[in-house]
Design a binder for this molecule. Sequence first.
Ligand SMILES: Cc1ncc(COP(=O)(O)O)c(C=O)c1O
Length: 376
Amino acid sequence: MSASDPIALFDPLGQYRRLKSEIDSRIAAVMAAGAYINGPEIAELESALAAHSGALHCVAVANGTDALVMALAAEEIGPGDAVFVPAFTYVASAGAVRLAGATPVFVDVALDSCNIDAEDLERRIGAVKAEGALRPRAVMPVDLYGLPADYPAVAAVAQAHGLTVVADAAQSFGGRRDGKGVGALAEITTTSFYPTKPLGCAGDGGAMFTDDAERAERWRVMRTHGTDASRTAVMLGMNNRLDTLQAAILLAKLPGLEAERRRKDDLAAIYHRAFEGMVSPAPQAYGCDHAWALYTVRTPRRDALLHALRAEGVGAGIYYNAPVHLHPAYRSFGGGEGSLPNAERLADEVLSLPLHPELDDAQAERVCTAVIRALE
Ligand SMILES: Cc1ncc(COP(=O)(O)O)c(C=O)c1O
């Protein structure tokens, strides 16, 4: 790697090269055994993910979006129901609510954590109740960029109003809050194994977590066309299974996940020190182990910084350049411009920088130099 080579925002290929022998032998074992759907790697992965997270049950599914739709549908959350979703997230969170037939109600986020603001949640629940058109049923905190949301605060509001907490942890598997793993922080948690997530496969994948055995069994039935062990269709379901090959790849990667997370902690510390006073640092929270899906700073000079970094070969990206309520597909569910001010401000100011386990210290220093030069 020369000092002028581009620095990628993500490097799944570099990770594959590093873990090639474990991944290739796991793939070869699946190919040789021939159980391409529901092979033994699925149950092995589910046990390993449950153990890693601290949740009692894990159900592997096809992707993080299906996981959210299934989580809502299995609670019979649908038409006429309100699901409270942060306005600053990937559109899939709100999309899943619509796909389940329910109505997303957008909640503002806190500027420092970029995660759902429990006080605004309380206000929005009150407004829905006062209007009387929708039944408040669930809240979907999102662990944006890999930082676990403020689950204790969200749970207090949810409990007071009888809402189910469905955690969208697509970006945070491997993270922790107050010593508890992501997967065990809410009554229902979903995650994604999209290749650039903290734990990523080589295609699409996802998982669902709960401590409730009956709920986990419903998810297993749902992911297989609603059929039970005797192949009787007992409920509406779909084909939402994870492929055995993807499970095998995840099994090869899971043992190294915590070491990768710690490596990213060290890289984040380099960035924190270098950027002090120049940009608002990437969100962190006391008592949280960050999963670092993205290292995201905030500056009003975001667009100039993005162009300067790209000109220097530093992979930088914007996650996300519009809050969900201002996307055309979701405008009818929100109050338009000015209705969710923090989410709107973040969309104008956030910038994500390379922070992945393949990054070496010299590359991190190059990113720092490029950021400082651009902002001086
Ligand atoms: C916050 C969030 N929710 C949901 C999803 C959907 O996950 P998937 O791409 O696996 O369907 C993603 C990722 O793409 C995400 O970042």
